[in-house]
Design a protein around this ligand. Sequence first.
Ligand SMILES: NC(=O)c1ccc[n+]([C@@H]2O[C@H](COP(=O)([O-])OP(=O)(O)OC[C@H]3O[C@@H](n4cnc5c(N)ncnc54)[C@H](O)[C@@H]3O)[C@@H](O)[C@H]2O)c1
Length: 418
Amino acid sequence: MADVAIMGQGYVGLPLAYEASKVGTQVLGFDISQGIVDALNSGTSHIDDLSDEDIRSMVDAGYQATCDAGRLAEASTIVICVPTPLSEDGGPDLGPINAAVHTVSEHLRSGQTVILESTTYPGTTDEVVRPVLEQGGLVAGKDFHLAFSPERIDPGNEKFGAKNTPKVVGGHTPACADAAAAFYGSFVDTVVRAKGTREAETAKLLENTYRHINIALVNEMARFCHDLGIDLWDVIAAAKTKPFGFQAFYPGPGVGGHCIPIDPNYLSHSVRSKLGYPFRFVELAQEINATMPAYIVQRVYDLLNEDCKPLRGSTVLLLGVTYKPNIADQRESPAVPLAQQLIAKGADVRFFDPKVLEWSAVPEARRVDSVETAVTEADLTILVQNHRSFDVDALALKAQRFFDTRGVAADGDKVQRL
Ligand SMILES: NC(=O)c1ccc[n+]([C@@H]2O[C@H](COP(=O)([O-])OP(=O)(O)OC[C@H]3O[C@@H](n4cnc5c(N)ncnc54)[C@H](O)[C@@H]3O)[C@@H](O)[C@H]2O)c1
């Protein structure tokens, strides 16, 4: 028997399994990938936030990974943590959620609690998940509990993990919320009740849309501050000393990852399809953030021009190609369009990233072995992602030209900040 079955053993489902397992919960990790299941059962991790040792300790505590959907019936709680990508037209792709929910419905039994954690548009739990689960005759809120609880995990964050990040829970009924809150309450410090599933779904989208829009705000400011000769990094450092009413966001080469570039689309698409009008803030933010790689290329072009070098034929070294520092996740990394646009203009693009040995998204970009030598050879080096292991100032000193998109390099003749 298992206390909980967690569907999807990725960046979200696996840390959840780990935290639950730590307090003695019997966890079944269900995934459709046999490779992931085999690796987990043999004690091997495939995500940054958990080590092989962490996985082995889970397995020792009774954790089992499985592809056998029949075992879902063993669990008193089923948590769904499957991906929510975008479809080809840029709208929500609920394929993985639909597949997971159909699997649950085939094995659902009376008394179980089903919780959706995947980020999705408001109404998904009630309008998409509930009807499928009720197909077999069991009724949500009566025969089984149904809730939505957004995952707020921030991979690589050393201060806030699954345990000390408050967990928002919205139930189909108050009793459903009680059941979900009781489950999380056993291993999460703080559980916050939202009024219902729609409020919990929208809370997650508000959080990520807020971030997306504020990053777009500083990205737009980066462009005109540069033209006006104003150091935006210094502006932000000054502004953030205000102890209330201001939160610092920083410009960069674009937004990446599985959440910020994607989740706001779920909200804007849902507003447009249900109500017929746009969510204008999201659409503007999308436009600004998506054009940052092209803006970086323009600045590279200008910098090389100052050195009487054409972009075509110049060697450009990218430092850090993951979507955020100190993790290996490359999903939606803005380094990809940046490299592709530089290559399209004839640059010889090379990269160095301690977390990326093969950059399959940009096969034309050659990985350099020695970053110290490569910075001296490159006509221009761009700090795209500031991994902890980079000695930025030492690299900037050696570089012919150093373009710092993260605002961390000390001032210098050859250094230019975004
Ligand atoms: N990664 C993050 O930082 C993060 C943070 C907050 C929220 N989220 C949200 O959490 C959800 C999951 O994201 P993730 O990053 O863990 O994805 P992931 O790709 O790392 O993992 C998803 C796992 O689900 C498995 N899977 C796919 N379809 C399945 C099915 N039908 N049944 C069982 N398993 C299935 C995949 O094989 C994969 O192992 C998404 O909605 C995402 O938006 C992610």
